[in-house]
Design a protein around this ligand. Structure first.
Ligand code: BDP
Length: 697
């Protein structure tokens, strides 16, 4: 298997007892009135059932026997309308679904329903998932509604098909052959997203190119939007703030300039002539060199509101990113987004969301939650996770991200007292927001298996599942994905899910232990480079973040340092503010401590770093041994791929360990304890490694 089928393989159910139960309970399909979406539902159910049950069930117009599957909305199907499930349907809302067992005309049926066809589509995929994961189906009473309204992928794809921070080949969007040539990939992409509830996609990079807003390209975007629509997916674009100058011939892009406002109004109107359900714009402004309203001494709110006003008549939204930092913020990059955005709370239009990365620095392997969560109650905040593994082993490492995403979502902001979790800020319950969203920076490219590393597919899957319901556990997600992607065998599942669930902790241990962060290679961000200090902007240098010197190591973010901690509510702050009681996962994130500082386990900081780096690298090696025991359960192609990649990962873990410890040792001047094997090379060797063709920039 080459992995192209993702988690939608529909292989025969291997449990024979279950298979016969399924065959008895699934005998015919009846769907609501035909439409583009209903045809997709019908085909998906027929294909899925044929694959899983190895039997062709008939397509009927009425219930003639036990085991009928009835899929439709109350509007499109009289059977659903008259089934007496109005209460359940009400609970399902606009996009949710009801799957329920019912007697109709004396026959035992399974109803898959929703108030919209999109809901039925999600229900159909859920039903197939039950079969794929070998769950009982004889008495179903499921009502499921998404907790988050916008469940999105952000593609960092450029028009020339390179993908910023992409490790799975080139962009799947072939701008050259669009709009006429519709690659089957576009359809399969939409289908995979629908299967996990994703309902929006930003198809262009946040480092935006205005060309996408020109008519020739809008034609191409329209072609994609037409493919995605029946799968319930809306298209969004990134807006380059200086587009009025670059493609509009104006002299300025000042958001308060009437000509600029007029230009955007017309541009947006034009977009809607191509794409009547266009979702809106995602904007990165005044960040890392991107143009923005501050170029004209206007605020982020001025910029966002100008676009919001132009798009409001079409019910579009503006997603404005809070990922900002500048070189003239001398103390701590950690603080800037909060400092810039909190004063703007309440100043954004109703159709603006502010998109905030999970942490204040940048998608680190472990990062405390962003202090903006809970700090802008009048502004709907959208979560931005990074699915592509820029800082988590890129394309070579098996790292399951559900534990990382969940750690953020479950963090307590204390904004409205204990229990004010980030998830509750994001899902709108704490402040009653109508607009809610979770976005993930996509890890998809044109590699045959979509995501490069076979296990990276699990992170795409995770994004969808957690955006649907942030309460789903990592164990559940890993289990579902493994069952559908590989096998339902209990022995396989036990070992493979443990492998996944530990993987994020392991990479934290061997790359960013006890709160170290941002010590990766320059530019490509591949591998360790804690020594780098020659970047022109201070906050681009790893030394800015670890502050390692002969006295100690770590970033003091307490009152004696940058005081970034003051941006958190007292309840949250308390867990970190005192170096002696600080959650040690974040010790060096918030404190600069002497090398002989004692941890709770009795080791000092230097010994702890050695312990973490060595243990992490050793565990990375064990991952490969563990995987090798799973050979009997996995097809050869994917087995070998993962095995080879785990070899690389082990080598990289050892490289992180050696390079970091040798470098930090130049500060601590302490020996690596004797029980550990010596690094295989000198620090100079590691410093001299170069990767001119590392992917993803
Ligand atoms: C950083 C990436 C950079 C992105 C930036 C962003 O290194 O490529 O453009 O985030 O999110 O993590 O805008």
């Amino acid at each position: 298997e080459n992995g192209y089928d993702l988690w939608l393989r529909y292989k025969p159910v291997s449990n024979h007892i279950l298979l016969s139960v399924y065959r008895k309970n699934i005998t015919q399909l009846i769907t609501g009135d035909s439409s583009a979406t209903m045809n997709i539902i019908k085909n998906e159910l027929l294909t899925g059932i044929a694959g899983l049950l190895q039997t062709e069930i008939g397509y009927h117009h009425s219930v003639t026997r036990d085991g009928a599957i009835i899929a439709g909305t109350p509007r499109s199907s009289a059977l659903i309308r008259n089934a007496g499930i109005a209460t359940q349907l009400q609970a399902a809302g606009d996009e949710g679904f009801v799957i329920t067992t019912k007697k109709i005309n004396g026959k035992q049926c399974i109803l898959i329903s929703g108030n919209s066809e999109k809901g039925v589509l999600y229900g159909a995929f859920h039903f197939l998932r039950l079969l794929q994961t070998e769950q009982p189906i004889t008495s179903l009473h499921i009502v499921s509604a998404p907790k988050i309204r916008l469940r999105m992928l952000d593609h960092w794809d450029n028009p020339n098909r390179t993908v910023e921070r992409g490790y799975a080949g080139f962009s799947i969007w072939n701008w050259h052959t669009l709009p006429t040539y519709i690659d089957q990939r576009y359809i399969d992409y939409a289908r995979a997203n629908a299967s996990i509830g994703i309902n929006g996609t930003v198809i262009t990079n946040v480092n935006a190119n205005a060309v996408i807003l020109t008519p020739a390209y809008l034609e191409k975007v329209k072609a994609l939007a037409d493919v995605f629509r029946p799968y319930g997916i809306k298209v969004y674009l990134t807006a380059r703030f200086s587009a009025p100058i670059e493609i509009g011939g104006l002299k300025t892009a000042d958001p308060l300039d009437a000509g600029v406002q007029q230009w955007w109004r017309e541009k947006i109107k034009e977009i809607y002539t191509y794409i009547p359900d266009f979702g809106g714009f995602l904007v990165k402004a005044n960040s890392e060199g991107q143009p923005g309203p501050q170029d004209y001494k206007r605020s982020h709110a001025d910029g966002a509101n100008m676009l919001a006003d132009a798009i409001a008549p079409f019910n579009g939204i503006i997603i404005w990113r809070a990922f900002v930092y500048s070189h003239d913020n001398p103390l701590d990059r950690h603080k800037q987004a909060y400092d810039d955005f909190v004063p703007l709370n309440g100043k954004f239009r109703d159709n603006v969301m502010v998109q905030v990365k999970n942490g204040a620095i940048d998608f680190m392997p472990r990062e405390p939650f962003h202090p903006l969560f809970g700090a802008m109650p009048q502004t709907p905040l959208m979560m931005e996770f990074q699915v592509t593994q820029e800082y988590l082993g890129q394309g070579t490492s098996l790292v399951f991200l559900a534990p990382l995403f969940k750690e953020t979502l479950e963090s307590d902001t204390y904004y409205k007292g204990k229990g004010s979790t980030v998830a509750k800020v994001i899902d709108g319950t704490l402040d009653g927001h109508r607009l809610t969203g979770i976005a993930g920076v996509a890890n998809i490219g044109n590699d045959i298996n979509w995501c490069g590393h076979p296990f990276a597919q699990a992170n795409w899957y995770t994004l969808g599942r957690l955006a649907w319901d942030p309460a789903i556990s990592s164990e559940q997600i890993a289990g579902e994905w493994l069952r559908m992607t590989f096998s339902n065998q209990p022995d396989f599942l036990k070992t493979a899910s443990q492998l996944m669930l530990e993987s994020r902790d392991i990479i934290v241990q061997y790359s960013n232990p006890i709160g170290l962060h941002h010590i990766m290679g320059t530019g490509h961000h591949y591998g360790p480079a804690p020594w780098v200090s020659n970047q022109q902007r201070p906050e681009w240098n790893p030394v800015y973040y670890h502050k390692s010197d002969s006295n100690g190591i770590g970033f003091d973010r307490t009152v004696t340092g940058s005081n970034a901690l003051a941006q958190y509510y007292p309840g949250a702050r308390k867990q970190w503010e005192n170096s002696h009681t600080c959650d040690e996962k974040y010790l060096l994130w918030f404190h600069h401590v002497p090398w002989n500082f004692q941890l709770k386990n009795g080791r000092n900081v230097w010994e702890e770093l050695c312990f973490q780096y060595y243990t992490g690298a050793e565990r990375a090696g064990k991952m490969r041994d563990t995987w090798n025991t799973l050979r009997p359960f996995v097809d050869q192609q994917r087995f070998e791929q993962v095995s080879m990649l785990l070899k690389i990962q082990h080598e990289e873990a050892t490289w992180w360990r050696n390079a970091c410890l040798l470098y930090f040792q130049t500060c601590s001047r302490l020996p690596i304890p004797l029980q550990y094997e010596k690094p295989g090379h000198t620090l100079e060797y590691y410093k001299n490694l170069r990767f001119p063709y590392a992917p993803g920039i």
